[in-house]
Design a protein around this ligand. Structure first.
Ligand code: FES
Ligand code: FE
Length: 436
């Protein structure tokens, strides 16, 4: 291993709340992330509504690896590397579509939608009919599964089942995928853009950083809403930290700021959500990260993945999420408001991008800046593992850094473990509370 294990252990002190800045820029740490984190963790691929029909496919990434996700004739979903078994060329360069086959554009090897190699030019003359085609299908993911329409996969055959991986976070995931009987729909049209920073900075922010909103978004929020968010105190709400690295932060009774035109529908939807989920989950608007790189803002109808592209570059892939059974005009209103605020040029989104870019530049150019330890001590020691109603570790405040501490603790476990890092292998009580 290019990175010494004891050195790595010294970079994250989740008990004290300190993280070394160089984990956000070091090339060796990044390569280790691709191997130990992104080739093991369950990663979000798609929502069912993105590929509804047999033959529907889309291109995505698992870590740095391009992956095709395709709906099969029997309704199941398969995912495999978008890399030809002949010379490793991409077999499909379209973002999405519907097809029966993928033909590699280098020499023409052709695969069906299950990833089987089905046609090879000159198979009977140049290869003398001796090529064992059945051995050269596209490399499949080790496991694929879905939770309420969210499709995930892992390249690790030893990873625990998806539900176990999501653990206590499903209680909060339900609040945005299952708040109405018809569930959610991801609207067509992924928006992609690039940030010159480290993917973890964005993922940790969505897990737990409500603290930046008052300052980072002061001008954009003041210009487009009457919210009193930036009056000073932490807004009433809570934070959830999972022992498994997931995080959620929610504000209670936050009025919808950006969905003009959908107000009547939202009132009715809120009542439905309270009936299905209870007031605590129905009444919060917030931000979440499913470890490691799926995030969203359910209140702003937004879902996104942080795709790593190097130690100091990541791509944001962003979708608008609506209620599947909502009237068309409501869906359009949600799409418009989501794009105006959280789109690539959205009024709120550009504030975050500017921070992440500039932080990345400091680490890229500097030496002393890489030696810093960043502070993650907010709310340390003020969380409970025994909340009366909410699972996980709970901070009864919207501002705090518990979700970030949990994120980096789990990151460290993945990065320092030769095998799948079961929580039980690490000594503490918190793991016993998962899945209660
Ligand atoms: Fe795909 Fe040669 S690389 S056919
Ligand atoms: Fe922000």
């Amino acid at each position: 291993m290019a990175v010494d294990r004891s050195e790595l252990l010294a970079k994250v002190d989740w008990e004290r709340g300190e993280v070394s800045a160089d984990i956000f820029i070091d090339e060796d740490i990044y390569r280790l992330e691709l191997e130990r984190l992104f080739s093991r963790a369950w990663l979000f691929l798609a929502h069912d509504t993105m590929i509804p029909k047999p033959g529907d496919f889309l291109n995505t990434y698992m870590g740095g690896d391009p992956v095709l996700v395709a709906r099969q004739r029997d309704g199941s979903v398969k995912a495999y590397l978008n890399a030809c078994r002949h010379r490793g060329m991409k077999v499909c360069r379209a973002e999405d579509g519907n097809t029966k086959h993928f033909m590699c554009t280098y020499h023409g090897w052709t695969y069906d939608i299950a990833g089987n190699l089905v046609n090879v030019p000159n198979e009977h003359d140049a290869y003398h009919g001796e090529l064992p085609k059945e051995e050269f299908g596209l490399k499949q993911v080790a496991q694929i599964d879905s939770y309420k329409g969210l499709i995930f996969a892992t390249f690790d055959a030893d990873a625990p089942p998806l539900l176990e991986y999501l653990g206590d976070s499903v209680y909060y995931i339900d609040a945005w995928v299952d708040h109405v009987p018809g569930g959610i729909e991801v609207l067509p049209g992924v928006v992609k853009w690039t940030i010159h920073g480290n993917w973890k900075i964005a993922a940790e922010q969505f897990a737990g950083d409500g603290y930046h909103v008052n300052v980072t978004h002061m001008s954009s929020l003041a210009q487009i809403s009457n919210t009193d968010l930036y009056t000073g105190p932490s807004p009433a709400g809570f934070q959830f930290s999972s022992r498994l690295g997931h995080g959620y932060s929610g504000i209670y009774n936050q009025p919808s700021r950006f969905e003009d035109g959908a107000a009547d529908y939202r009132t009715q939807r809120m009542q439905t959500a309270i009936d299905r989920l209870g007031p605590e989950r129905a009444n919060t608007v917030g931000n979440f990260t499913v470890f490691p790189n799926l995030s969203g803002l359910p209140g702003q109808s937004n879902l996104r993945v942080w795709h790593p592209k190097g130690p100091n570059t990541f791509q944001i892939w962003s979708w608008t999420v609506v209620d599947r059974d909502a009237p068309e005009e409501v869906k359009r209103a949600q799409q418009l408001s989501s794009t105006l605020t959280e789109g690539a040029a959205g009024t709120v989104e550009v504030d975050d991008g500017e921070n992440w870019d500039l932080m990345g530049q400091l680490l890229q150019d500097g030496y002393q800046t890489r030696l810093l330890k960043w502070n993650y001590q907010m709310g340390l020691g003020h969380e409970t593992d025994d909340h009366a109603t909410l699972p996980g570790r709970i901070n009864e405040m919207y501002f705090g850094e518990g979700p970030q501490r949990a994120f980096y603790r789990r990151w460290l476990e993945f990065m320092t473990s030769e095998k799948w890092p079961h929580c039980d292998d690490f000594d503490d009580d918190w793991s016993k509370k998962v899945n209660r």
